[in-house]
Design a protein around this ligand. Structure first.
Ligand code: SF4
Length: 694
């Protein structure tokens, strides 16, 4: 694919990278994509785009793309190309054999946040109705599963409260654990526009990220906390709000559970939670915490935006609850310009969660123990739904190591590179009898696969994505699938081959089924999406365009729920053996494990992961900028080049994880969030020393 020539037609489709969900005119000449032009009518981007969505689509016909199915008896054998019929029949035969020998719960599936809602829905349907268990999970496990838990607990809905436009009505913005300049660039532009108009910014982040001080924008406060102390900082902010009389009493009285508020208020008011008492722990000056708390509580409309720096901790869910507490205590919910807003990483991570990809939840976040919901699915799907939650990804891998889990169908995920504690992931995959990888390229996980099913790109399929503001948008097929099948067709063939009937002719029929069984998607159809451009769930026939701002008059759960958020130190503490704390993130030109962007011109801007290290720590170790360094944790070690910079504080190092040569997740550990098992990517105790290279 190259940006050349004169187009003769176009389709409007949605970017397959981040959760902003920009829409583009995909301009075509025949079967050739000529260019992607940001779509002015796109409600998420309004004609804007970033370097990924605008230019990074050359991977679609990259020479390394796999277009034929492949099988092999063992992972030591060479791959053998086969036709689709043989690949599907072989996979189904293996799944049936394994279930006959080891029981129906010995197999499972992983959905992809890069795939469409329709494809995700079919994978979880295959697992629940075809395999007969709930062993389905999603990559949201390793990113925003604490958001799902925390926001559902506090408000009753596992989603952000606002649309992106809402930021233009915000007066004070807290940005915590998110770097939108790199991760959500088009939203970052809108945020900076609002800041230039006079809104105030509070950044809570261990690094001095770009937006702390960039042209015409300067944060009012930067709280450079020690990695792993989010809960302590947020509870200190709450302490100031409660003890200085900054609570919105009317909001709390009218909208929240009073007894729970009183309990929480007494908890945070304890002197041990004051900014002064926690200063040595968090490394944030107490006066900065006090100033930030006063500004958020009394600085007009207060909006909180957060990212993976909140969720990917052992206290990720607690941190989301702490954010929800702050928003309720200050009355910053239920209107434009305020709210609790997770910046979702992947293009369809919201959608993959909505579609029932978690092992404990059916589509629309109904628990599998809900008898009425299961009865509805049984009537429609003609199959009993297991009432017990299935296994999460780390538990599937652990059960495989224990000999109890034997086969895994992975659609569009590279868990060996993206999931923490690579050695554990490899051991789990190696212990399975049948690993099926469905992807564009032979990714790292495919090294452990017995079947490779070539996937299709977003340019080759019809469907929908749901962005971070709950906006459902069409993905339109602009070229035929080079591999011969769209991803949903592969899943359907697999279901048919194991003996479970699926008979969709088009993804629009899958969406009709989603809308019929998922209350928050009521009334969504391709016709309606074509007419309206997009729909923000929750929606129904009475509100066909959906709901830009949620919880206007009351919370979905009724009264808002305050929860005590006791700080618990992570096991990853700097000590004599591992004296530095490693945190990880991403960069503008690359996307996640880089499977797509590394195969585009974007690699010219970022062709390797670097380790950011403070000049003081570098000098102590004799490390100069550009030197090779070895980073070692209790989980493993890797080698990469140093980038000496004061963007990170002394004692903190930072890297990206886009390149398999680095394998940053060899170093990250198996620590995870107490409620959801979301890995603690953001804190790993490490030692760093000079190296001669990899
Ligand atoms: Fe928009 Fe995100 Fe795609 Fe960039 S990567 S064009 S910000 S959706």
């Amino acid at each position: 694919v190259a940006e050349t020539g004169t187009p003769d037609r176009f389709e409007v489709t949605t970017c397959a990278y981040c959760g902003v969900g920009c829409t583009f005119r995909a301009e075509m000449r025949g079967e050739e994509l000529v260019r992607m032009v940001p779509w002015k009518e796109g409600k998420a981007n309004r004609g804007h785009s970033c370097v990924k969505g605008r230019f990074a689509w050359g991977y679609a016909n990259h020479r390394e793309r796999i277009l034929s199915p492949m099988i092999r008896a063992s992972i030591d054998d060479p791959w053998r190309e086969v036709g689709w019929d043989e690949a599907i029949a072989h996979t189904a035969s293996e799944f049936r054999r394994i279930q006959a020998e080891h029981g129906k719960r010995a197999i499972g599936g992983i959905t992809s946040s890069r795939c469409t809602n329709e494809e995700t829905f079919l994978v979880q349907k295959l697992v629940r109705a075809g395999f007969g268990n709930n062993n389905v999970d999603t990559c949201a496990r390793v990113c925003h599963s604490p958001t799902g838990y925390g926001l559902k607990t506090a408000f009753g809905t596992s989603a952000g409260t606002q649309d992106f436009d809402s930021v233009m009505a915000a007066d004070t913005i807290i940005l915590i654990g998110a770097n939108p300049t790199d991760g959500h660039p088009v939203f970052a532009s809108r945020l900076k526009q609002r800041l230039r108009q006079g809104a105030k910014l509070i950044v809570i982040d261990p690094r001095r990220i770009d937006i702390v001080r960039s042209p015409h924008v300067e944060a009012a406060h930067h709280l450079p906390l020690r990695p792993g102390t989010n809960v302590a900082v947020l509870t200190a902010v709450a302490h100031v709000i409660v003890t200085e009389g900054l609570v919105d009493e009317d909001f709390v009285r009218d909208r929240c559970d009073r007894a729970e508020f009183d309990d929480w208020a007494a908890f945070v008011a304890d002197p041990r939670h004051s900014p002064e008492a926690t200063e040595s722990l968090t490394t944030v000056p107490a006066e900065s915490v006090r100033a930030a708390a006063r500004l958020y509580a009394k600085g007009g409309n207060g909006a909180i935006y957060y990212g993976l720096g909140v969720t990917e901790h052992s206290q990720g869910s607690t941190t989301v609850l702490a954010i929800a507490n702050l928003a309720m205590a200050t009355g910053n919910l239920g209107r434009a310009g305020v709210g609790v807003n997770p910046l979702r990483g992947q293009n369809n991570v919201q959608g993959s969660c909505d579609m029932g990809s978690f092992p404990h939840e059916l589509s629309g976040y109904r628990h599998v123990s809900d008898d009425a919901a299961r009865a509805m699915f049984r009537a429609l799907w003609g199959a009993d739904i297991d009432h017990e939650p299935g296994l999460r990804i780390p538990n599937m891998l652990g059960a495989a190591i224990d000999g109890e889990f034997k086969a895994l169908y992975i659609q569009g995920e590279d868990i060996l590179q993206s999931d923490p504690d690579t050695r554990h992931v490899a051991a789990g995959l190696a212990a399975m009898e049948c690993v099926v990888v469905q992807d564009l390229f032979l990714n790292e996980t495919a090294n452990y696969a017995h079947v490779f099913l070539p996937g299709s790109t977003f340019l080759e399929k019809n469907g929908t994505f749901t962005n971070a503001e709950r906006r459902i948008q069409r993905v339109r097929k602009v070229m035929r699938p080079l591999n011969g099948l769209e991803d949903w067709e592969i899943t359907q063939k697999l279901a048919q081959a194991i003996g479970y009937a699926m008979a969709y002719d088009h993804p629009s029929q899958i969406m009709d089924e989603i809308a019929a069984v998922t209350p928050t998607f009521a009334g969504v159809s391709y016709d309606r999406l074509d007419a309206l451009g997009s729909i923000q769930w929750p929606c129904n026939d009475a509100a066909p365009e959906g709901t830009p701002v949620m919880h206007l008059d009351g919370f979905v759960r009724g009264k808002g729920k305050f929860v005590r958020t006791e700080y618990v130190a992570t096991e990853e503490r700097a000590g004599p053996r591992f004296p530095l704390l490693l945190t990880t993130g991403r960069i503008l030109s690359q996307y996640n494990v880089g499977a797509q962007t590394r195969r585009t011109e974007n690699s010219r801007w970022h062709d390797e992961d670097r380790l950011e290290i403070h000049p003081h720590d570098a000098e102590q170790r004799g490390i100069l900028d550009g030197d090779w360094v070895k980073v070692a944790s209790r989980a493993g070690d890797t080698t990469l080049r140093a980038l000496v910079t004061d963007r990170v504080a002394p004692g903190v190092v930072y890297t990206t994880f886009h390149h398999p040569a680095t394998q940053a997740n060899v170093v990250t550990t198996d620590n995870s969030d107490w409620a959801t098992n979301c890995p603690e990517y953001k804190v790993t105790a490490v030692q760093v020393g000079r190296s001669n290279g990899p």
